[in-house]
Design a binder for this molecule. Structure first.
Ligand code: ATP
Ligand code: MG
Length: 448
């Protein structure tokens, strides 16, 4: 088995080996290489102690940083890339399902690999020895299985973050979680309370943007409810509506996986109907409705996203999309221009993607007609942009300065007049031409 080591990683490993130390590329980079993917970073493990590593590379004129001495980690800067070099270690005596009390450096690769989370992450490689795969990770990659190294119950009890990493790797890599690993993850889900909200944020974002998110969201819902208990109310909630064939949660999941693998869109779909149960009404004919659910969902989403410490921009963008997700679109240039003005171009595009995804969570008999409708709206938008039609203040043929020049006093009145002009232009009641607009303003606002 030959893996093409990245040049910096190869240099660091060969320097360590030339000086009599063992050194291997390890973990995610080996997993990704074996899967034919480009690794995002190259981690190295070695029997050299952190001080030995620093001494060796500083002598070679290579910059090192003592970034994680307590974990035995040195960061090496080489050719503008950084590499984490970590001394073999096993961790003993976990005291709070997260932090090891002490780290014992061991001069043994196998022990180092045995403390890693999953078999597919527990392989090491160098050019001299080749692949070291003590836990059959290669086979698990082949069969697309995510399996804890050793006893899963024990491994998840040591560090609850591994439960979320388990869901994350399964979602991102498209691997099925092995049965006893899955059972342990579910039974220890309550220990996630020991995990910091920042870690939950990172893992949750990766889970929902993964290609296998449907499998995780439908089969590991009880783990998700540990940190987003609000979703309990939508699970199994029947919608009693001709458009729907799924309960709210299943519909939600279908919309998540039918949206692009982009965090904003996936968060939007994840929360877009979370307020539905609070708005449910049933008519005499047995038909269910959820009037006002977009706003309630946006409010609930804001609370959850704030609690999960998403940044303000993300929260604003997502909650606005949720707020608008159910609006009626019209196939006219005027209405498309008004919406473009209200949302801006990128939010407009996102809203169409949200509406497409939402449609794909409905009864399939409605898909074709609705998707065609959204395509037509997109075409109208393209035409408006191609023709450079005016749809926002910045496209107007007059600016505030032009109005002041003809004698409109500086102040809020300028903004009001510009808004009025824009509205008339959007309504096709005034042409977006400087002379025409100035003429209109003079007649309406300057004549006594
Ligand atoms: P990514 O593609 O996200 O970087 P990765 O597998 O490289 O995936 P990292 O978080 O960079 O993940 O960790 C590097 C390696 O360290 C992992 O492959 C795994 O072997 C080990 N590891 C990381 N976190 C844990 C943990 N909480 N418990 C056990 N082993 C871990
Ligand atoms: Mg990594």
């Amino acid at each position: 088995m030959k893996i093409n080591l990245e040049s910096g990683a190869e240099y660091i490993i060969s320097c360590l080996m030339k000086n009599g130390f063992e050194a291997f590329a390890v973990g995610g980079c080996i997993r990704d290489s074996l899967m034919g993917k480009n690794p995002s970073d190259w981690d190295i493990c070695t029997c050299a102690t952190p001080n030995e590593t620093v001494y060796l590379f500083e002598n070679l004129g290579v910059k090192t940083f003592k970034t994680g001495m307590q974990h035995g980690t040195i960061t090496i800067l080489y050719n503008n890339n950084t590499y984490e070099v970590t001394t073999y270690r096993v961790e003993r005596n976990y005291f709070d399902s997260r932090h090891p009390e002490s780290v014992n450096f061991v001069k043994n690769l196998k022990e180092d690999l045995s403390r890693r989370d999953f078999t597919v992450n527990a392989m090491a490689y160098n050019n001299q020895i080749g692949l070291v795969d003590c836990f059959d990770g290669q086979n698990d990659i082949k069969n697309k299985i995510l399996r804890a190294v050793g006893n899963p119950q024990k491994r998840f009890s040591e560090d609850a973050l591994r439960i979320l990493r388990c869901l994350r790797f399964s979602s991102v890599l498209g691997f099925e979680i092995e049965k006893s690993t899955a059972k342990a993850a579910c039974s220890l889900a309550p220990t996630l309370r020991n995990i910091s909200v920042e870690r939950i944020n990172t893992e949750f974002s990766k889970i929902i943007t993964g290609k296998n998110a449907e499998y995780i969201l439908l089969n590991y819902t009880n783990i998700m409810t540990e940190f987003i208990p609000e979703i309990k109310s939508v699970i199994d909630f029947e919608q009693h509506n001709i458009h729907h064939i799924y309960d709210i949660w299943t519909h939600t999941v279908k919309t998540v996986i039918n949206s692009p693998q982009d965090l904003i869109l996936r968060l939007t779909m994840f929360f877009h109907d979370i307020g539905k149960p609070q708005c449910f009404t049933m008519e005499k004919d047995g038909m269910g409705h959820f009037y006002g659910h977009a706003d309630i969902s946006a409010d609930i989403a804001r609370k959850i996203l704030t609690r999960l410490r998403y940044d303000n921009e993300t929260i604003k963008t997502v909650t606005r999309l949720i707020h608008y997700h159910d609006i009626q679109l019209n196939k006219t240039e005027k209405s498309v221009k008004k919406l473009l003005n209200k949302l801006g171009e990128s939010q407009f595009d996102r809203l169409l993607q949200v509406k497409r995804a939402d449609t794909l969570g409905l009864n399939p008999i409605y898909h074709k007609e609705r998707l065609k409708f959204f395509d037509e709206i997109a075409e109208i938008k393209t035409k408006i942009l191609m023709e450079k039609q005016c749809f926002s203040l910045k496209d107007l043929a007059v600016k505030g300065g032009d109005l002041m020049e003809i004698g409109i006093p500086k102040g809020p009145v300028i903004g009001k007049i510009l808004d009025e002009i824009l509205n008339l232009v959007l309504e096709n009641k005034l042409i977006n031409d400087k002379d025409e607009i100035i003429k209109y303003v003079k007649e309406k606002f300057l004549q006594v």
